[in-house]
Design a protein around this ligand. Structure first.
Ligand code: AMP
Ligand code: GLY
Length: 416
C-alpha cells in the first residue's frame, strides 16, 4: 500500500515509524514532514491546509491510504476532500472534528448527553462575561477560547483581575483571532490528569493504553502551560476500575452522542480527563492523536496500525483485537523557546541507547546534519519493563544529544 501521512511533528514521526513496521506498507510519503521524517518517508512539499494539492497528489500517485494527523486540516474538512474523490482517509470528517474545534460545541454536547465535565457558561459578549466572573467571584476560574488556538487558548485565572484580563485579551484584542469570538468560562477542577486516546469507527470504541502529559514548561510543574513537555504510558493514576467507569460514563456515551447528533466520529478520539474527587470528568476532546502522547502510546502498539486504520474506515473495528506490549514508555521533549538553524549533535535514530527512539518534531536535515527548525524540536522515547527503567533510558538518550538553547524537563514521570 502507498500511504500518505499529513503533518510535520513528533506525533507524525511516531505514526510513520509505526506504519513502517507494517508489511502492508510499501511506500510512505509525508506532507510536509520534517528533517527527521525525511529519513523515514518521502517528503512532499504541500502545506497541511492545501486540500486541493493534497488530493491531486494522492490521485496522481495512486495513494491507497491517507492519514490526516493534525487538528486544523481535520477541522477544515481534509478527510471529506479525499472521500469526495474516493480516496480512503483515516480521521474524522469536519462535522465530527468540531468536537475539538469548538469548545462551545463539546461543552454543550456533554451537557445535553449527561457526560461528566466542569460546570460552565458560554459568552459571545465580553461585558457579560466580565459581569459573570465578578458576580461569581470564585477563583481559580478557567477561561477558554472556543476555537483552535495551538493548545494555548486556556487560561487558568488565579484572580478576578486576571480573569477579566484574559476575557479582554481573547475577545477584544483577539489574541487567538476568531477562535475567541466565543468563550467558555468554567469551574476549576482538581485531580490527576489522564489522557486516553481511543480508536473508534463510530460503532465501537477501543481505548488505547493510557498516558500522562506534563504540560508546564519547567520542573516541579512551574511555568507556562505548553502543548506538552513529556509523557509517560501507562498513566499511574488510571486504575482498571477508573478505566471501566470512564468506558461507561464517558467513552461510549460520547460515541453515541456524536451519532445522535448526526456527526459519527471515525478515527482517533482523544479524551483529556481529570480524576476529580467526584469521579472522572472530561477536560477536553481532541479529534486526533495527542502530541506528545502518540510518542509513548504508539511504541506500545503491537497490532498492525494499517489494519487498524482499515478497520476504522470500513467500520469493522469490533472484529479486530488490538494488542499492546506490556511495560512502560517515557518521552521527554525539547519545546518552549528555540532558535532555528542551530546544529544538533549526538543525533542517532535510536538515541544511541538500546530501547530508545528519537522522534523529530521540528528539525531540518541538510548534508548529513540535523538543525533545529521549530516547534518541539525532538521527543526522545524509551520503552522498558517498568516506568523507572523507561525514564532512565529516555534520559540517558537525552544526555547524548546537545544543541545550543536545548531545554527539557528533568522530572517527567515524577510529578503529579
Ligand atoms: P485544554 O487545552 O482544555 O486541555 O486545557 C489545558 C490544560 O488546562 C489542561 O490540561 C488542564 O491542565 C487545564 N485545565 C483546563 N480546564 C480545566 C479545568 N476546568 N479545571 C482545571 N484545570 C483545567
Ligand atoms: N498533548 C495535548 C495535545 O495533543 O493537545
Amino acid at each position: 500500500m502507498k500511504i500518505l501521512m499529513i503533518g510535520s511533528g513528533g506525533r507524525e514521526h511516531a505514526l510513520i515509524k509505526k506504519l513502517l513496521e507494517s508489511p502492508k506498507c510499501t511506500k510512505l510519503y509525508c506532507a510536509p514532514g520534517n528533517g527527521g521524517i525525511s529519513r523515514d518517508a518521502e517528503i512532499v512539499n504541500i502545506g497541511v491546509m492545501d486540500k486541493e494539492n493534497m488530493v491531486k497528489f494522492a490521485k496522481d500517485n495512486a495513494i491507497d491510504l491517507v492519514f490526516v494527523a493534525p487538528d486544523d486540516p481535520l477541522a477544515a474538512g481534509m478527510v471529506d476532500a479525499f472521500q469526495a474523490e474516493g480516496i480512503r482517509a483515516f480521521g474524522p470528517n469536519a462535522n465530527a472534528a468540531i468536537i475539538e474545534a469548538s469548545k462551545v460545541f463539546s461543552k454543550n454536547l456533554m451537557k445535553k448527553y449527561g457526560i461528566p465535565t466542569a460546570k460552565y457558561e458560554v459568552f459571545d459578549d465580553p461585558e457579560k462575561a466580565i459581569t459573570y466572573v465578578k458576580a461569581e467571584n470564585t477563583v481559580p476560574v478557567v477561561v477558554k477560547a472556543d476555537g483552535l488556538a495551538l493548545g494555548k487558548g486556556v487560561i487558568i485565572a488565579q484572580t478576578i483581575d486576571d480573569a477579566v484580563a484574559a476575557i479582554k485579551s481573547i475577545m477584544e484584542d483577539k489574541q487567538f483571532g476568531d477562535s475567541g469570538n466565543n468563550i467558555v468560562i468554567e469551574e476549576f477542577l482538581t485531580g490527576p490528569e489522564v489522557s486516553v486516546l481511543a480508536f473508534t469507527d463510530g460503532k465501537c470504541v477501543k481505548p488505547m493504553v493510557s498516558s500522562k502529559d506534563h504540560k508546564r514548561a519547567y520542573d516541579n510543574d512551574e511555568g507556562l502551560n505548553t502543548g506538552g513537555m513529556g509523557t509517560v504510558s501507562p498513566n499511574p493514576y488510571y486504575t482498571d476500575a477508573l478505566a471501566e467507569e470512564c468506558m461507561e460514563t464517558i467513552f461510549k456515551p460520547t460515541i453515541e452522542a456524536m451519532n445522535k447528533e448526526g456527526r459519527p466520529f471515525k478515527g482517533c478520539l482523544y479524551f483529556g480527563l481529570m480524576m476529580t474527587p467526584n469521579g472522572p470528568k472530561v477536560i477536553e476532546y481532541n479529534a486526533r492523536f495527542g502530541d506528545p502522547e502518540a510518542q509513548v502510546v504508539l511504541p506500545r502498539l503491537k497490532t498492525d496500525l494499517v489494519d487498524i486504520c482499515e478497520a476504522v474506515i470500513d467500520e469493522k473495528l469490533s472484529d479486530l483485537d488490538i494488542e499492546w506490549y506490556d511495560g512502560a514508555a517515557a518521552c521527554g521533549g525539547y519545546p518552549v523557546s528555540y532558535k532555528k538553524g542551530i546544529e544538533m549533535f549526538g543525533m542517532d535514530d535510536k538515541g544511541q541507547v538500546d530501547g530508545a527512539i528519537v522522534y523529530h518534531a521540528g528539525t531540518k536535515y541538510e548534508n548529513g546534519k540535523f538543525y533545529t527548525n521549530g516547534g518541539r524540536v525532538l521527543g526522545v522515547t524509551a520503552t522498558a519493563a517498568t516506568l523507572d527503567e523507561a525514564l532512565e533510558k529516555a534520559y540517558a538518550a537525552v544526555d547524548k544529544i546537545s544543541f545550543e538553547g536545548m531545554h527539557f524537563r528533568h522530572d517527567i514521570g515524577r510529578t503529579k
